[in-house]
Design a binder for this molecule. Structure first.
Ligand SMILES: Cc1cc2nc3c(=O)[nH]c(=O)nc-3n(C[C@H](O)[C@H](O)[C@H](O)COP(=O)(O)OP(=O)(O)OC[C@H]3O[C@@H](n4cnc5c(N)ncnc54)[C@H](O)[C@@H]3O)c2cc1C
Length: 380
């Protein structure tokens, strides 16, 4: 079974059996082997094995909006964070710079990353993160809060630790959620985990956790400028196409794909990443890309290091726009070093949604009915 088929099976069983109870049960973390109350679709969304707009359309053909609103809204959170970051790419750069410049207590940091703190729940989550490469959303919030306010470690190192180990690791959802917990995203409002809440939503698996329950939000005096979004375009310019692991959805572009001489599926080696991913995550990405790259006769999977050796043969490349993050940084660096010409292909629906990400989610949310109409009318 390929990854697309796996994603379809998982999404169909979730839509059939669990989506109507999602609103009521989604905040519970029953443990790593009991995940029926959430979809578990994030690794498929973050690599765009599943196209989020398709799934939304499919759900709405089966259920009334009011009955599945919460789940659809969560997918829109992902879309919103993406758009917010696309308008402010300096937030990603600032995060990466922070990793290398912040001061911290190395021993505390190593204890946290190796599950050697005094908090048994936190230690368990560290182990779970490394073993399953996934954490429940509520647990991610508690984890980040404990990291920042109880263990007093810099948020940037926690966000890095997540990106190293999550199969769904995503530059925007991850960075902006960590900033949100710290009180840097909604300025002045931090998220403080508390023992009672953890006890209730882990179904009493943990209790009486000695947490810091009063702490001021962090402040970074960083106010990113808003950048204009690019104009939509999806035209072939060069004979070869590059696809990266953040947008692997191709079935809506098959006619276009056939026009290319070669399609390179580039998987970044750790040498080409600012944040090195774990073996598990790397192997997962490789399996996915192996799978997808076999679906077209003119496509090849290639490592970023090997792609460098191909560049002198290319006059320029078309690239499926990979979003702010490691992939975009790699292409930008490569093109700067080698003067390789690049032509990004965008998706109309992404740009349509991103234009509403200037302000907060509340403002974005007002546009959801209009976006849903577009999804329906355009049969995306
Ligand atoms: C500190 C922190 C770090 C995070 N890092 C990531 C990350 O690197 N990559 C990532 O995809 N998500 C991240 N999230 C968001 C969220 O935790 C995961 O998307 C979710 O837990 C994935 O599990 P699921 O697919 O079962 O979610 P479900 O509850 O089934 O939700 C369905 C889909 O909606 C989206 N979604 C749900 N909750 C959120 C949210 N809070 N923010 C954005 N999108 C959401 C996801 O695409 C998810 O697959 C982070 C959240 C926090 C608090």
């Amino acid at each position: 079974m390929n990854f697309y088929e796996k994603a379809i099976i998982r999404s169909e069983s979730f839509i059939k059996d669990s989506i109507l109870k999602y609103d009521q049960l989604r905040n519970y973390d029953f443990g790593p082997t009991k995940r029926d109350n959430v979809s578990g679709l994030s690794p498929f969304f973050s690599h765009r094995i599943l196209f989020e707009y398709h799934l939304i359309d499919k759900i709405l053909q089966m259920h009334q909006y009011s009955r599945v609103e919460k789940f659809i809204q969560e997918i829109f959170w992902r879309i919103y964070w993406k758009g917010w970051m696309e308008m402010r790419p300096s937030v990603w750069d600032n995060f990466l710079e922070g990793i290398n410049s912040i001061k911290f207590n190395r021993k505390d940091y190593e204890n946290a990353m190796n599950a050697r703190t005094k908090l048994s729940c936190f230690n368990d989550w560290v182990i779970e993160l490394k073993e399953y490469n996934y954490l429940h959303n509520h647990t991610r919030m508690w984890f980040a809060s404990i990291w920042i306010f109880t263990l007093k470690l810099p948020w940037q190192l926690g966000a890095k630790f997540f990106l190293e180990n999550l199969k769904d690791g995503d530059a925007s959802s991850n960075t902006l959620s960590w900033k949100w917990v710290a009180g840097l995203q909604t300025k002045g409002k931090n998220y403080l985990a508390n023992s009672r809440n953890i006890e209730k939503f882990t179904n009493n698996r943990y209790s009486n956790i000695p947490l810091v329950d009063t702490a001021l939000p962090k402040n970074d005096f960083f106010f990113p400028l808003i950048q204009k979004l690019p104009k939509h375009h999806n035209y072939k310019k060069y004979p070869n196409l590059v696809i990266l692991d953040t947008d692997l959805f191709i079935s809506d572009r098959l006619d276009l794909m056939k026009k290319y001489e070669k399609i390179y599926y580039i998987l970044l080696d750790n040498e080409d990443r600012a944040i090195q991913i774990s073996k598990n995550v790397y192997n997962f990405k490789k399996e996915i890309m192996d799978d997808v790259s076999q679906s077209l006769p003119n496509s090849y999977l290639i490592s970023s290091q090997n792609f460098r050796n191909q560049i002198n043969k290319l006059e320029g490349i078309d690239i499926i726009y990979p979003n702010v993050g490691e992939n975009l940084d790699f292409i930008a660096k490569l093109s700067e070093e080698t003067h390789l010409k690049t032509n990004y292909l965008y998706r109309e629906i992404d740009l349509l949604c991103w234009q509403y990400c200037q302000k907060g989610f509340f403002n974005f949310k007002k546009n959801i009915p209009f976006i849903l109409n577009e999804i329906r009318n355009k049969h995306l």
